[in-house]
Design a protein around this ligand. Structure first.
Ligand code: ZN
Length: 69
């Protein structure tokens, strides 16, 4: 997982502050000017997406931590 992966889910580092995350409505700090989610929310979306893509392969997805393996 890289910053590039989170970029497509709404978060990337940058120099912009003040916009709000569309999911949790927290103020975004030092994000890319096109960011629309905070890092935790983008990561959550990324993991949900990865879960869907990898679903047939998963046998040990942890519901509590949201982590695989
Ligand atoms: Zn958020």
């Amino acid at each position: 997982m890289s910053e590039y992966d989170l970029r497509s889910f709404g978060w990337a580092p940058g120099g912009y502050t003040g916009r709000k995350c569309v999911d949790c409505l927290e103020t975004l700090w030092m994000v890319d000017k096109r960011a629309w989610r905070c890092q935790p929310c983008a990561l959550k979306r990324y993991e949900e997406h990865a879960k869907v893509i990898d679903a047939p392969m998963i046998c040990d997805y942890d519901e509590q931590t949201g982590r695989i393996g």
